[in-house]
Ligand binder design. Structure first.
Ligand SMILES: NC(=O)c1ccc[n+]([C@@H]2O[C@H](COP(=O)([O-])OP(=O)(O)OC[C@H]3O[C@@H](n4cnc5c(N)ncnc54)[C@H](O)[C@@H]3O)[C@@H](O)[C@H]2O)c1
Length: 288
C-alpha cells in the first residue's frame, strides 16, 4: 500500500520494519511532526509523545490517527513519566526501539523576555532541564531498560548558537551546547556497549512555535536565508535528513553535530546579505 502524508512523495522504504519513538510533535509546523510523517512514509512504525499540556493545545492525536498509532503523554524531565513511556512503547512494539528523536526545546527566560544579562536562575535551570538534560534522562532511562536495538539511532535537534553567539538566542545557546555534549558523552558509551549511534542535527531557523519565540525571529530567518548558498533548510528538509540518520545507510556516523543549514555554518558574508547591509549602513552606523 502506498502511504503519502506530504505533498512531494518520495519514499525509499528506508525505515521499513523499524520502530521509532518521537518526542516533540506539537502541531503541523513542528519539526518532529514532519519527521514522524516522513518516518511513516518510509515504512516505520512510530509512537508519539509530548507533555499532557502540549497534547491539550496541539493536534497530535490527529497525526497519530493518520499513522495508526498511539500518543503516550510524558514530561521528558520526569523520570517516572519516561520509565512509563519506554515500558509502554516497548510493549506496543513487542520489543526494542530502533530510533528515537529528541525534538524538545523551551526557555522560560525567552518566554518571559528576560535577557541574557538579567536571567532568572530558576528559569535558567528549567531551560537546561527541558532542552538538554531531558536528552540525558531519555538516554539513561533507555539504557537502564536496554530499550534501544543494536544498530539503532538517536537524534536530537540543535542550533548553531551552541558554537557561535547569535543575538537574542539567550540561554537556549547554553542548552544547545550541553545537548551536543551529551550526544558525544553518551554516544561513546552507547556506541561502545550497544552499537547505537547518537547525533545532533543543527538546523536552520525554522518557522515553528518554538522558533517563533526567539527574539527578532523574522529577521534571523531572512538573514540566515541570505547567508546560506542553498537557502534555509525547511522542517521537511530536516525530516528527510533525520530519516537518513535513522536508516541503515549511516551506520558508522555517531557523536557528530551535523549542520542541515544550506551552508550557513561555513559562510562569513554573502552577496545577498551584503546588499541589505550596504543599504542600511548609514542608518545603523551607531548601532551596538
Ligand atoms: N524552529 C527553529 O528555528 C529551530 C532551529 C534549530 C533547532 N530547533 C530545535 O528543534 C526542536 C523542535 O522545535 P520546533 O522548532 O519543532 O518547535 P515546537 O514548538 O514545535 O517543538 C518543541 C516541542 O518541545 C516540547 N516540549 C516542551 N517541554 C517539554 C517537556 N518538558 N517534555 C516533553 N516535550 C516538551 C513541546 O511541547 C513541543 O512539542 C527544538 O529542540 C528546537 O530547539 C528549532
Amino acid at each position: 500500500m502506498l502511504v503519502q502524508l506530504n505533498d512531494v512523495f518520495m519514499a525509499y522504504n528506508l525505515l521499513k520494519g523499524k520502530k521509532g519513538l518521537i518526542f516533540g510533535a506539537l502541531n503541523e509546523k513542528s519539526i518532529a511532526w514532519k519527521v514522524a510523517e516522513r518516518a511513516f512514509e518510509e515504512g516505520a512504525e512510530v509512537v508519539l509523545t509530548n507533555t499532557p499540556v502540549a497534547l491539550r493545545f496541539g493536534n497530535v492525536y490527529e497525526l497519530a490517527e493518520r499513522m495508526n498509532t498511539v500518543v503516550i503523554p510524558a514530561d521528558a524531565t520526569n523520570i517516572q513519566d519516561l520509565e512509563n513511556l519506554i515500558d509502554q512503547t516497548m510493549e506496543r512494539f513487542g520489543g526494542k526501539i530502533d530510533f528515537v528523536l529528541h525534538s524538545i526545546g523551551m526557555s522560560p527566560n525567552v518566554r518571559k523576555g528576560r535577557t541574557y544579562d538579567d536571567l532568572d536562575y530558576e528559569f535558567f535551570l528549567k531551560t537546561l532541564d527541558i532542552s538538554a538534560i531531558s536528552f540525558h534522562k531519555i538516554l539513561q532511562t533507555c539504557w537502564k531498560k536496554d530499550a534501544i536495538t543494536h544498530g539503532g539511532s538517536v537524534v536530537a535537534l540543535s542550533y548553531i548558537a551552541a558554537q557561535r553567539t547569535l543575538y537574542g538566542y539567550n540561554d537556549m545557546a547554553d542548552a544547545k551546547a550541553l545537548l551536543e555534549s551529551i550526544a558525544r558523552s553518551f554516544g561513546y558509551i552507547y556506541g561502545r556497549e550497544r552499537g547505537v549511534r547518537i547525533n545532533t542535527v543543527s538546523q536552520s531557523p525554522t518557522e515553528t512555535t518554538a522558533g517563533g519565540g526567539v527574539m527578532g525571529f523574522d529577521a534571523l530567518l531572512d538573514f540566515s536565508d541570505r547567508m546560506s548558498p542553498l537557502g534555509n533548510a525547511s522542517a521537511l528538509d530536516c525530516a528527510d535528513f533525520c530519516i537518513t540518520l535513522f536508516s541503515d545507510l549511516t551506520r558508522k556516523i555517531t557523536m557528530q553535530n551535523i549542520y542541515n543549514d544550506g551552508g550557513f555554518s561555513s559562510m562569513g558574508m554573502s552577496n545577498r546579505a551584503m546588499a541589505v547591509y550596504n543599504r542600511n549602513l548609514e542608518e545603523c552606523k551607531d548601532c551596538k
